[in-house]
Write a protein that binds this ligand. Structure first.
Ligand code: 13P
Length: 254
């Protein structure tokens, strides 16, 4: 189908200068499948972005973990899409559930951010996902569809977007979605895109899974037809991130 496997490492609010160097050294020395097979993007906190970019192997890329919703200016504490572009940072993660929940980012606000970042030439990892309460009440797909719709209402070109399905109950909990649960939502999301955006976008967009992915569970998840990669939190700070990158090889035999 030609969707290149995508593995993102979201370092969240973690790391010291020394720790960051150590992680990058591990990645730089790792034997991983070629860029034709897997796209690898790591996302350090803002303050480490330029340093990581300068020492990271050239076949891996970097992402910011957020950016401001519009052009920079008098917005204390924010970092603009223009600045990321100026520093040659190619990717940005937007709509992560931690920001939706802790900083009250609404679906509309996230949609505006995605549209603005794309307009500035950034590529976007857009995160969606339901809480445990929403899953248990049977509204998973309604929630994920509403989050995706807020983006679809504002975006016409999806070629620089990766969707990360990250069920909130699986993030940082050690409670990974089963391969069937992940596949089910990815498949539904693709159907939603086919109906509401286009058959082409539905077939070509990468939908990656995030939430307690580790070296032990990645292969089985990667074997699912609609799982096009991962957004990894905790395990992206550890050497097992390399094993997660290598799970891309599973697709060769599918
Ligand atoms: P964990 O892998 O630590 O569960 O985090 C997932 C995540 O939020 C990635 O964005």
């Amino acid at each position: 189908m030609g969707r290149k496997f995508f593995v993102g490492g979201n370092w969240k609010c973690n790391g010291t200068t020394e720790e960051v160097k150590k992680i990058v050294n591990t990645l730089n020395e790792a034997q991983v499948p070629s860029q034709d097979v897997v796209e690898v993007v790591v996302s350090p906190p803002f303050v480490f972005l330029p340093a990581v970019k300068s020492i990271l192997r050239p076949d891996f890329q970097v992402a910011a973990q957020n950016c401001w919703v519009k052009k920079g200016g008098a917005f204390t504490g924010e970092v603009s899409a223009e600045m990321l572009k100026n520093l040659d940072i190619p990717w940005v993660i937007l709509g992560h559930s931690e920001r939706r929940a802790l900083l009250n980012e609404s679906n509309e606000f996230v949609g505006d951010k995605v549209a603005y970042a794309l307009s500035q030439g950034l590529k976007v990892i857009a995160c969606v996902g339901e809480t445990l309460e929403q899953r248990e009440s049977g509204s998973t797909m309604d929630v994920v569809a509403a989050q995706t719709k807020a983006i679809a209402d504002r975006v016409s070109n999806w070629s620089d977007v990766v969707i990360a399905y990250e069920p909130v109950w699986a993030i940082g909990t050690g409670k990974v979605a089963t391969p069937a649960q992940a596949q089910d939502v990815h498949d539904e999301l693709r159907k939603w895109l086919a109906k509401n955006v286009s058959a082409e976008v539905a077939a070509t967009i990468r939908i990656i899974y995030g939430g307690s992915v580790n070296g032990a569970n990645c292969k089985e998840l990667a074997g699912q037809p609609d799982v096009d990669g991962f957004l990894v939190g905790g395990a992206s700070l550890k050497p097992e991130f390399v094993d997660i990158i290598k799970s891309s090889e599973v697709k060769k035999s599918v």
